[in-house]
Design a protein around this ligand. Structure first.
Ligand SMILES: [Zn+2]
Length: 505
């Protein structure tokens, strides 16, 4: 989104992981310059829209001309600076704090602005590095966080986030002449591996500053129970005459399956669902955020969303969601329980039993959740069905679809996500931009086409022109990725919304 950036990475360590990550996040837009070997006058810097500084070896500090960086900012340049060189240049007291045991150093957001977009004042989020750059979940000792202590926030300086360990300043914005400096620690935070509590949002704040990361994403302070999630749905609906919460009937554990409904059922329906595999839970918060946005602004991005009928089921498997497992309350993998070709893809097991990871149930649509979803598909005949899962970024296509509509949705999705977020995909996958470039044509992988017993295939068979599964990154053990997750889910849903309006029958 937006104009391409020209980013200069000014460092004494060109091989640093930040020098690998920035070009992946902003392909073709990053130049790396070793400040110990090359001059970096304000003239040279002025060719770039953004300058990022990182000093790894403190003894190299005198060779970084921070005066030139500041002059560049004064003339309107945008600077992201590691805390160390920023603090030394300004004469602030720089500190490193080590924490052990169960202490997870975090930051508390102090100011709502473009850089902290996605978070509210008072939100806390993990922010630390770990010993020898190992994934921070592996070692509970020697977590390190860098801060500036005793900062009295002089003219032009705002402490955007402070340490939950010692109150020190961890993220600072300084207005300098016509430009700005964002100071934060890029050095000790590891690469953002998929479940990192310390570094998952490492590039989110610089991304917001450079432009384009968070548009609709929203942090939720904790994972709600299904009961609390239902209350949150009702609270949203109570605040909006346009939004209804519907009790779709009892689930396998007896609790109601809640859906959001918006619009006139006579209009084309879009069905969005998540967490049919209960432990793939994060996308539910994206759908909650989407419902809030659509209820508040039916003309979002100038789209006439009131000409569509939305059926949104954020948590399609309440029992699995609450227990952080794949199956429903009867040990069934709901993704294998559709009445379409049930039993066709039973996984190889010695004896197939309930609670086996992929147990498809006791018969076609034997499970209450699937009967409800198939009933909604039969009743509404949706134009689009998107079922959000989490594994890694990929779209999964069934055996039939409208190539023009699907292609248009996919193209818009890809464009919306470009140059926004950066993370490792689970579990040992590559570090890459969050993207939706890959497509798995599951229904076409065999001849004749496979009919996989999931409700996505059921919808396709019943005539939905764009039914597919969306695999995101998730199954994390806490809420540290929810800004990124909610943002990307909303963008994907808006892509489908726009294209369904443009291709409205
Ligand atoms: Zn899944």
């Amino acid at each position: 989104m937006g104009d391409p950036k020209r980013i200069l990475f000014l460092t004494d360590t060109p091989g640093h992981t930040v020098g690998m990550d920035l070009p992946l996040l902003y392909p073709g837009q990053v130049t790396i310059l070793d400040f110990t070997a090359r001059t970096h006058t304000p003239d040279i810097l002025s060719a770039y829209t953004h300058v990022v500084t990182l000093v790894q070896d403190g003894s190299h500090l005198p060779r970084l001309d921070f005066g030139a960086v500041e002059a560049y900012a004064r003339a309107g340049g945008q600077v992201v600076s590691c805390l160390f060189e920023y603090a030394r240049h300004r004469g602030f007291f720089f500190s490193k704090t080590y924490a052990g045991g169960s202490v997870l150093p975090a930051i508390r957001i102090n100011a709502a602005c473009d850089i902290t977009r996605g978070f509210n004042v008072g939100d806390t989020i993990g922010w630390f590095g770990a010993i020898s750059s190992a994934p921070d979940t592996l070692y509970e000792n020697q977590r390190v966080q860098r801060q500036i202590m005793g900062l009295s926030a002089p003219e032009g300086v705002t402490v955007l986030a402070s340490s939950t360990v010692n109150g020190g300043a961890v993220m600072i914005e300084e207005r300098v002449g016509e430009g700005r400096i964002l100071a934060l620690d890029l050095l000790s935070l590891n690469r953002p591996h998929f479940n990192s509590h310390g570094s998952l949002n490492k590039y989110l704040f610089p991304g917001n500053f450079i432009g384009g990361s968070v548009r609709y994403g929203k942090h939720y302070p904790r994972k709600l129970s299904y009961g609390e999630f239902g209350e949150a749905m009702h609270a949203l609906a109570a605040a909006s005459p346009r939004l209804k919460v519907v009790n779709e009937g009892p689930c396998s554990d007896g609790r109601p399956l809640w859906s959001f409904e918006m619009g006139d059922p006579a209009d084309p329906t879009l069905y969005f669902g998540a967490a049919v595999h209960g432990w793939e839970w994060e996308n539910a918060y994206g759908l909650l955020t989407l419902a809030e946005l659509l209820a508040r602004d039916p003309l979002i991005e100038s789209m006439e969303t009131e000409r569509l009928h939305f059926k949104i089921v954020p948590i399609q498997n309440p029992y699995g969601y609450d227990h952080f497992i794949q199956q429903n309350a009867r040990g069934v993998d709901l993704n294998n329980n559709s009445s379409l070709n049930w039993g066709a893809f039973a996984p190889a097991q010695d004896v197939l039993l309930p609670w086996d990871y992929s147990f498809g149930g006791f018969g076609p649509a034997s499970e209450a959740e699937i009967r409800i979803i198939e009933r909604i598909i039969d009743t509404c005949a949706p134009r689009c069905v998107m079922d959000f899962h989490t594994a890694t970024y990929i779209l999964v296509l069934p055996h039939r679809y409208d190539a023009a509509l699907f292609g248009a949705i996919h193209e818009e999705m890809k464009n919306r996500l470009r140059d926004r977020y950066f993370a490792q995909q689970p579990y040992n996958g590559p570090y890459e931009q969050v993207n939706m470039d890959r497509v798995l044509r599951l229904g076409e992988s065999t001849d004749p086409p496979s009919l996989y017993p999931s409700f996505v295939f059921y919808a396709a068979e019943k005539g939905t022109p764009a039914a597919f599964a969306v695999e995101m990154s998730g199954n994390r053990d806490d809420v540290h990725a929810l800004v990124m997750n909610t943002d990307t889910v909303v963008e994907i849903c808006l892509a489908a919304t726009r294209q369904c309006l443009l291709h409205r029958p």
